[in-house]
Design a protein around this ligand. Structure first.
Ligand code: PEP
Ligand code: MG
Length: 546
């Protein structure tokens, strides 16, 4: 039997299932019996203890997990939360009930904000569980431990859990909840292990059963047969070998060069990108630097961050994207009034244009950083719709001293007028995540629509072909920086469609590097031509993968 969800990360893994322990029994609704001040004090002591524990655990974990844990620690100590809990106890709630209700209320508030904030909302439920455990004097819900490697199955994974996991033992992750940007998904990419999230039916996967987790095909095979397990293990071996292959530059079997670049969201990812052989950066998502800023960052603050990333790639290309605010990545200082459909709203370049001073400051900071550095800085705008917007951005960037200025192809209209755009832009970078969501008109954040978010769809491939052809005609680079470039089979097709470079999450570089070496440009073009004739994404995947 097979279950499907959203595949994240790379590869296939097979192993026995260990399930996350169930959460604690919910607190009762009975009013507290002691005196109110003592009950409030009890809650405050528990909150403080959990905050300290999370801080310590964050320091121990370091990196991205550490950041998330210290954010959780701040949640536990948040004065508004503490006051709300105290007020609930004053109204009669027992401390446990007050903690759960209060965290629940704040969680709903965050979920209502949508996007990144909504993804982080689940972290509060984890804080609540830990505080309740502290109040009861019992161990907080923990992670399973095992002497042998296992596949972890959970409702969803909280950051504090994942910091405790021994990743030398975790072969793969399967979760019932969560989308492609959930914490579980981020973690799977960072640890280079396969995951399938949002799996309907995950609750029924039994402890100790053998499963195969296939991230590329978004599939979990239950009660796997010895044959299926052997195939999956052989595939994993192949993948591990590829990931230890020499860090050569991206090249096809006929020596046709396809530079392999890294997608970077936070500066802490840079060392890994360098270690994994990235030939530069194909997408630096600058908005992640300022997700929590309530005011626009100063030129000096930005310049320092840009100098840091440029310094890691001397003599190499670094493509920086201007702030991509809106929908899944709200920036308070670029916020707009409530929109019914934020994905179709004032976002990306549209939002920057509405706050041109912020765009100007960013371009000045980038031009200053360019002057201070030896990297080859390219700058691009997100969510650009057509020639007029391209001309606006490229004109402004050049006026402010940017040497190489281009645009992202994420909106189908831009692909349809690609030759006009490439008459003005120095380069185009195809953001297949958004290009897919807008081509199929399916919000990429809605889990139930995840099946539409498939860049193998022939409609998406045809738009990419138009962009590739326009780039070749203009003699200008057309790279791909969406997640599609991390799929080794699709990476070959993208090159066949005209992509001149590929930029992926660093963990996928080895896989893509190995795949490119298996075909000549002619063969890549043949695969692309076959995929273009497909009548569905599934058929394109089949036709384009051989
Ligand atoms: C994309 O849309 O493909 C892209 C690379 O940008 P982001 O995922 O940050 O929207
Ligand atoms: Mg995008």
């Amino acid at each position: 039997m097979e279950l499907t969800g959203i595949g994240v990360g790379r590869g296939v893994a097979a192993g026995p299932v260990l399930r996350m322990p169930e959460p604690l029994v919910a607190p009762s609704d009975d009013p507290h019996e002691g005196d109110t001040a003592a009950e409030i004090a009890r809650a405050k002591v528990a909150l403080a203890a959990v905050a300290v524990w999370l801080t310590e655990r964050g320091v121990h974990a370091g990196g991205e997990a550490g950041d998330v844990l210290s954010a959780q620690s701040l949640m536990a100590g948040d004065p508004e939360l503490v006051n709300d809990i105290s007020a609930r106890i004053e109204r009669g709630s027992n401390a446990e009930r007050a903690v759960v209700d209060s965290c629940d209320a704040f969680q709903k508030l965050l979920e209502g904000m949508g996007g990144y904030m909504a993804e982080r909302a689940a972290d509060l439920a984890d804080v609540a569980q830990r505080v309740v455990a502290e109040l009861r004097g019992v161990a907080a819900p923990g992670v399973p431990e095992s002497d042998i490697p296992f596949v972890l199955v959970a409702h969803d994974l909280a950051p504090a859990d994942t910091a405790m996991l021994d990743f030398t033992k975790v072969l793969a992750l399967v979760t019932r909840d969560g989308g492609p940007t959930s914490h579980t998904a981020i973690l799977a990419r960072a640890k280079s292990i396969p995951a399938v999230v949002g799996v309907n039916g995950a609750d029924a996967i039994s402890e100790g059963s053998m499963v195969v987790v296939d991230a590329a095909n978004s599939r979990v095979t239950l009660d796997a047969t010895p044959d299926q397990i052997a195939t999956a293990r052989a595939e994993r071996e192949r993948w591990l070998t590829a990931s230890h292959a020499p860090l050569t530059a991206g090249v096809l079997a006929d020596d046709h060069a396809v530079p392999l670049l890294a997608n970077i969201s936070v500066l802490t990812e840079v060392p890994e990108a360098v270690a994994l052989g990235a030939e530069g950066v194909g997408l630096f998502r600058t908005e992640f630097l300022f997700l929590n800023s309530t005011t626009a960052p100063s030129i000096a603050t930005q310049q320092a961050a840009y100098v840091e990333i440029l310094a890691a790639f001397p003599g190499k290309k670094v493509i920086v994207r201007c702030l991509d605010a809106g929908a899944d990545k709200p920036l308070p200082f670029l916020a707009v009034a409530h929109e019914e459909n934020p994905a179709l709203g004032l976002r990306g370049l549209r939002a920057l244009r509405a706050h041109e001073n912020i765009l100007r400051d960013q371009l000045i900071a980038l031009a200053n950083a360019q002057a201070e550095s030896e990297a080859d800085l390219w700058v691009m705008a997100p969510m650009v719709a057509d020639l007029e917007e391209t001309a606006y951005f490229v004109g402004l960037a050049k006026e402010l001293g940017i040497r190489v200025a281009g645009v992202m192809a994420e909106v189908p209209s831009l692909a349809l007028v690609a030759e006009q755009v490439l008459g003005v832009a120095d380069f185009v970078s195809i953001g297949t995540n958004d290009l897919t969501q807008y081509t199929l008109a399916a919000d990429r954040l809605i889990g139930s629509l995840a099946a539409y978010q498939d860049p193998w769809h022939p409609a998406v491939l045809r738009l990419i072909k138009q962009l590739g052809d326009a780039g070749a005609a203009a003699g200008k680079p057309v790279g791909v920086c969406g997640e599609a470039a991390a799929d080794p089979d699709l990476a070959i097709v993208l090159v066949g469609l005209g992509a001149t470079s590929l930029s992926t999450t660093p963990a996928a570089l080895a896989d893509v590097r190995a795949a490119l070496l298996t075909v000549t440009l002619d063969e890549a073009q043949t695969r692309a031509a076959r995929a273009l004739t497909a009548r569905s994404a599934a058929e394109a995947r089949t036709l384009g993968s051989r």
